[in-house]
Write a protein that binds this ligand. Structure first.
Ligand SMILES: [Fe+2]
Ligand SMILES: [Fe+2]
Length: 352
């Protein structure tokens, strides 16, 4: 346990957070499956509409988060034995340092933001979110240990100076990363590039991130609706600034990755470039976007339709697909005409 782990634990305890009970006995397959189902499907018992920002909306959002909590997975891990080839492939993925550090930062940022909230229900939900981020960090740490993946020394995690700003940055980053993780995960599943047991092990982590961004989207709707009118323009400006900062960080990260220089100071744990790492084939950006969109719809489909969903990243993906339609059609025509005289056209940007 590092000093940062101690700091995070002390902060959670100071806020009165009681960690979920540890499951000592190994659960049966049926118990695990039932808990998994519970985490994916949830309907509110509230009759009628749930106007965004209302007390009922806030209460049901927090109830959703608690009632879909999965006490077993991903804490129950049976690391599958990997073939030397597979092990090499996993060790070579350029995500481990960033993934561990992203979870380390997220847990602290969520806990710090929760501290500023007067509403006990929302505070409790965001604290549970922080606890789950810490669980993700532990799962990743165990994975790298199990497969002997070397990790860079973790930098000290700073307590955010502006709790709401950090919460917004981390929340929107999770919306981007989770959207692409949904697609990449499906690609890994389809390609059989990783052993099925490993994909199965991480499936609950990916669904947990889906719950996290569902909570974030509903927190955002609640926060917006409850701000006094005069503060709303400033809040919207903040959100625009957060997106600008995230876009800038992603550009810097892409440049560093191009140079073969891994960034460790970013908020991202999944990138487009991972597409080629999880499949043997050449996956185009447009195909990846289509998979991400359908997986995004599938993963959210089990939760009460009256709750808000993250919309910005899926809308941008749909816009990109719409704008790329002429290129897609040109590509289809080119594929249909095998004439060698047709010049080689690259219709989709190539993933790194
Ligand atoms: Fe996480
Ligand atoms: Fe998360």
């Amino acid at each position: 346990m590092t000093a940062d782990d101690d700091y995070y634990s002390a902060q959670m305890a100071a806020l009165g957070f009681v960690p979920p009970a540890q499951q000592i006995e190994t659960p049966s397959r049926e118990t695990l499956e039932a808990a998994d189902r519970t985490s994916r499907f949830w309907s509110s018992r509230h009759d009628g509409e749930l106007p965004l920002g209302s007390d009922a909306h806030r209460r049901e959002t927090c109830r959703m988060f608690h009632e879909t909590f999965n006490p077993y997975r991903p804490s129950v891990i049976d690391w599958p034995k990997l073939s030397p080839d597979m092990l090499k492939r996993i060790t070579a993925l350029p995500i481990w340092d960033i993934a561990v550090q992203t979870e380390g930062k997220a847990r602290l940022r969520f806990a710090t933001y929760a501290q500023t909230l007067d509403d006990p229900e929302m505070r409790g939900a965001i604290l549970l979110n922080a606890w789950e981020e810490n669980r993700h960090k532990e799962v990743l740490s165990k994975l790298v240990q199990a497969y002997g993946i070397p990790l860079a020394v973790e930098p000290p995690y700073q307590k955010p100076r502006d709790a709401e700003w950090s919460y917004l940055v981390t929340g929107f980053c999770e919306c981007i990363d989770s959207f692409f993780a949904f697609g990449l995960f499906e690609l890994a599943h389809r390609s059989g590039f990783f052993p099925a047991e490993l994909v199965e092990t991480f499936e609950p982590v990916v669904q947990e991130e889906c719950r996290h961004i569902l909570l974030f989207a509903n927190w955002l709707a609640w926060r917006r609706a409850n701000l006094p009118l005069w503060r709303r323009p400033f809040f919207e400006l903040r959100i625009a600034a957060v997106w600008a900062v995230i876009a800038w960080e992603r550009l810097v990260l892409a440049r560093q990755m191009n140079k073969g220089d891994m960034a460790t100071e970013q908020d991202s744990n999944f990138t487009m470039s991972s597409a080629q790492s999880v499949t043997a084939g050449d996956v185009g950006v447009l195909d990846l976007l289509k998979i991400c969109l359908s997986e995004n719809d599938r993963r959210f489909s089990g939760y009460d339709f009256r709750l808000a969903r993250p919309t910005t990243v899926p809308a941008l993906a749909r816009l990109a697909l719409f704008l790329a339609k002429p290129w897609s059609r040109a590509k289809s025509r080119k594929t249909a005409d095998p004439s060698p005289s047709v010049p080689e056209l690259r219709t989709e940007p190539q993933d790194r």
